[in-house]
Write a protein that binds this ligand. Structure first.
Ligand code: HEM
Length: 462
């Protein structure tokens, strides 16, 4: 059994931690290119592997998944945030809570959310002005936060909107720094950034506790709710008991965080890519006109809006919001004859795999039309996994795809978005793949756009 895998040697004490922390996307891309599809390196003292063979990715995520847990070196920094919510929970406790959460994400339940997804998006468009600049990423973060809050609590955020978004913003802003710290104790140092983070977390806990109490009061008055929280509140353990408040809090915060910035990011990248490929945007617009004939989209249209859906799939290939999935071995594991010791880190990257020329023709080109049913069938399992795979596959996949398609449809029906400065748009690998400096767009009302066929031409004349 050989353990002589190729890989960057890195420095004596830190291994490859520095290039990994400084520019993760570059590290992943060059490591794959220079050392191949099964690479070994050290992150500080931890043996780490970048695995880019589809059958091995499947082995880790699906067939041998019980020999792995989430990568503790990474998640240790977020224990106080997510607690034992689905993303960070493990073993039997994870199995129990995943089962109890599943009913909340059944298609017949999430179908009810289509109307307010469309409603909030139209409300957002109501504030846009023709020809004005919008920071699309900010807009997407806000509207997806409102949507997930409504789905979770069946409540408008109202006066809590600003406070919740502020707390989230502070916490999300600290994630890149925290995730690159080698030691968890660094998070407890009395640094201004840590103090700010703790304050934001206290605020978040307080707001979520308020939502839970409000829900309980409504329930006590016999008011039925269609919210995700109410499904969790109705869930019962085998002994008939309910989820304690702390567990509800952990699940809700997890769903809130996992469920809004991933979808917001995906939409930001979608509109960015469409702005760079106006001919593909025209195909989206044509499909919207054909299928919707001017009316709002809804749940029943999702199957028919196949090109619009392919646009989202193609975006998730090129800019997967979850760009890196990590696991830690709980026992010695063999991957293609190589012994991976207990406690090692195994990394699999949807970013790397989605750009591999072996599986995607002309991989860096944006080609939504590649996503035919035949192509999907022919793609080896373990190549395209923006929502992961196996038992820990994203529980919100259906929710996210519905939201992304509906929001794209509602916005593209009304506006053409043109990128103000494409050089400014650059991916940054935090916990998710964010556009580093946002995505500034000029929003041009489609009726105006059609009346003035070439906006850029008009600008040149001015
Ligand atoms: C485009 C949007 C989304 C993407 C790309 C995405 C991606 C992912 C990925 C890759 C994982 C697995 C992580 C791992 O195994 O380490 C995951 C897990 C999860 N996602 Fe999503 N997600 C999205 C939207 C959502 C939404 C809308 C929700 C909820 C409303 C959600 C809730 C969760 C939860 C709770 C988990 C943990 C599941 C478990 O371990 O049992 N996600 N997501």
């Amino acid at each position: 059994m050989s353990t002589n895998l190729p890989g960057p040697k890195g420095s004596f004490l830190l291994g490859s931690l520095k290039p990994f922390a400084v520019d993760l996307l570059n590290f992943l891309t060059t490591t794959r290119r220079e050392y191949g599809d099964f690479v070994h390196f050290k992150l500080a003292t931890v043996d780490s592997y970048l695995v880019s063979r589809p059958h091995l990715i499947r082995q880790v995520l699906v067939t041998d998944q019980d020999k792995f847990i989430k990568n503790q070196n990474f998640w240790k920094h977020f224990k106080s945030l997510f607690g034992l919510g689905l993303i960070t929970n493990e073993h039997q406790s994870w199995r129990v809570h995943r089962k109890l959460s599943a009913p909340a994400f059944q298609p017949k339940r999430i179908a009810n959310y289509a109307d307010f997804m469309v409603g909030y998006t139209k409300e957002m468009l109501g504030h846009w002005e023709n020809n004005a600049e919008v920071d699309l990423h900010d807009e997407m973060m806000e509207v997806t936060a409102k949507i997930v809050a409504k789905a979770l609590f069946d409540a408008e955020l109202g006066e809590h909107n600003e406070q919740l978004l502020d707390a989230m913003h502070t916490i999300e802003g600290m994630i890149p720094t925290r995730m690159m710290r080698p030691f968890a104790w660094q998070d407890a140092l009395p640094l201004p950034s840590n103090i700010k983070y703790s304050k934001a977390l206290r605020k978040l806990n307080q707001l979520v506790e308020g939502f839970i109490q409000h829900h309980k009061a409504q329930e006590a008055q016999g008011n039925e709710s269609n919210s995700l929280l109410s499904v969790l509140m109705q869930a019962r353990y085998e002994d008939g008991s309910r989820l304690p408040n702390k567990q509800l809090r952990d699940e809700v915060i997890t769903l809130f965080l996992a469920g809004h910035d991933t979808t917001a990011i995906t939409l930001s990248w979608t509109f960015y890519l469409l702005s760079q490929h106006p001919e593909k945007l025209t195909l989206v617009e044509e499909e919207l006109e054909r299928v919707l004939a001017g009316r709002d989209p809804g749940w029943d249209d999702l199957k028919t809006l196949s090109y619009t859906r392919s646009v989202i799939k193609e975006t998730l290939r090129l800019y997967p919001a979850a760009h890196l999935i990590g696991r830690e071995t709980t026992e010695d594991v063999e991957l293609d004859g190589v012994k991976i010791k207990k406690g090692a880190t195994v990394l699999m990257s949807p970013w790397v795999m989605g750009r591999d020329a072996e599986y995607f023709d002309d991989p860096l080109s944006f080609k939504p039309e590649r996503w035919t049913p035949e192509f999907e069938k022919s793609l080896p399992k373990g190549v395209y996994f923006p929502f992961s795979a196996g038992p820990r596959v994203c529980i919100g996949e259906g929710f996210a795809m519905m939201e992304a398609v509906l929001l794209l449809a509602v916005i593209a029906k009304e506006y053409r978005l043109e990128c103000v400065d494409r050089d400014e748009v650059e991916p940054f690998a935090s916990i998710t793949l964010v556009p580093k400096r946002g995505v500034k767009m000029r929003a041009i009302r489609r009726s105006e756009h059609n009346a003035q066929p070439d906006y850029q031409f008009k600008e040149q004349l001015a």
